[in-house]
Design a protein around this ligand. Structure first.
Ligand code: NAP
Length: 303
């Protein structure tokens, strides 16, 4: 199968078809294309409706397709526990249908997936610096959302045209967005305190566009290198944004009482992405550069 895309860096030689117009990541992608002068169109089809996707591809004639569509649940992934068929329709039937249509048309599909399919275990203990690799088999299927995402990721490995990006706990510089991990935990009554791999969208979404330009495929752990804990983020929030900010911690056992499905906590190994993009910043440096410095409200940040 010949994949389209010419490896050129001239923005005019690309034409992207993007799914997820009304979503967080999909919206940011459109803005990035605008700023880079890349032509793009948002898909109007529903993922599970094959003929609607075929019509989009025929009308847009894209060089690459981006999938930032899917259900994540509102207000959170607990929604998926009580809406299993809807979750399967979008995240399983839909994602596989889009991958299949792209393959049939010789198109690379950049698929925003999730890294919430792993949890710390004996071979990857917390704070060990030993992260899960791209080829590791998912070990977290505690929530229905993660279970379906792990199943789809496995099946998508058979599609040589798909680039699977394992996003985790996405963060952006827009602290007013309630989907932003920082904004979420700053508003919680109580938070757990566990180190995790996370994705700074301001740094990584431009990298995903570059990955399309390079026609990269396969699985990538799509997070910044290293881990950061809830408390470390909230300390930065206090130091840069609100000196009066305070918070309360609780244990995983106490957290389990206020959520329906268990949540995944893990570190992902990022050597594969870092080898392709050596400039990729460690998570804490990226947080400061892309999120806290641009939003800084305090006069002095304590050393
Ligand atoms: N946000 C996170 O915490 C997080 C973490 C890791 C990975 N991700 C992954 O990144 C992707 C995008 O996340 P996001 O936070 O940007 O999601 P989002 O804000 O919830 O947006 C989801 C988008 O998908 C569209 N959509 C849902 N079902 C669809 C379907 N069947 N056909 C076509 N479009 C459909 C929605 O459009 P309508 O409103 O029209 O339905 C919306 O535009 C998801 O696949 C998610 O799993 C997100």
């Amino acid at each position: 199968m010949g994949l389209q895309g010419n490896g050129s860096s001239d923005p005019k030689s690309f034409n992207f078809l993007i799914y997820g117009r009304t979503g967080w990541i999909g919206g940011l992608l459109g803005k990035l294309c605008d700023s880079q002068g890349i032509s793009y169109t948002y898909g109007s089809g529903r993922l599970e409706n094959r003929s609607s996707l075929e019509a989009d591809v025929a009308a847009v004639k894209p060089t690459h397709v981006f999938n930032a569509a899917g259900v994540t649940g509102r207000p959170n992934v607990d929604w998926c526990e009580s809406h299993k068929v809807e979750t399967i329709r979008a995240n399983v039937v839909g994602t596989l249908t889009l991958a299949d249509v792209c393959r049939q048309n010789g198109l690379v599909l950049i698929n925003y997936a999730t890294g919430c399919i792993f949890e710390y275990d004996d071979k990857h203990p917390i704070d060990s610096g030993i992260g899960f690799k791209e080829e590791d088999t998912p070990n977290f299927i505690g929530s229905f959302y993660s279970k379906t995402k792990a199943m789809v990721e496995d099946l998508l490995q058979n599609y040589e045209n798909v680039c699977t990006l394992r996003v985790r706990m996405p963060i952006s510089s827009d602290l007013s967005n309630s989907r932003n991990f920082i904004t979420k935990i700053a508003r919680y009554e109580k938070v757990v305190n566990i180190p995790n791999s996370m994705t700074i969208l301001d740094e990584l979404l431009p990298i995903s566009i570059e990955m399309a330009k390079r026609n990269l495929t396969g699985i990538y752990n799509f997070t910044n290198p290293g881990v950061v804990s809830h408390n470390e983020i909230l300390e930065m929030y206090r130091d840069y944004i609100d000196p009066k900010f305070t918070w309360k911690n609780f244990t995983l056992e106490e957290q389990a009482k206020v959520i329906v499905a268990p949540r995944s906590n893990n570190e992902l190994e990022t050597t594969k992405l870092k080898t392709e993009f050596p400039e990729l910043l460690p998570i804490k440096e990226s947080l400061i550069k892309y999120v806290f410095e641009p939003n800084k409200k305090t006069a002095e940040v304590a050393a």
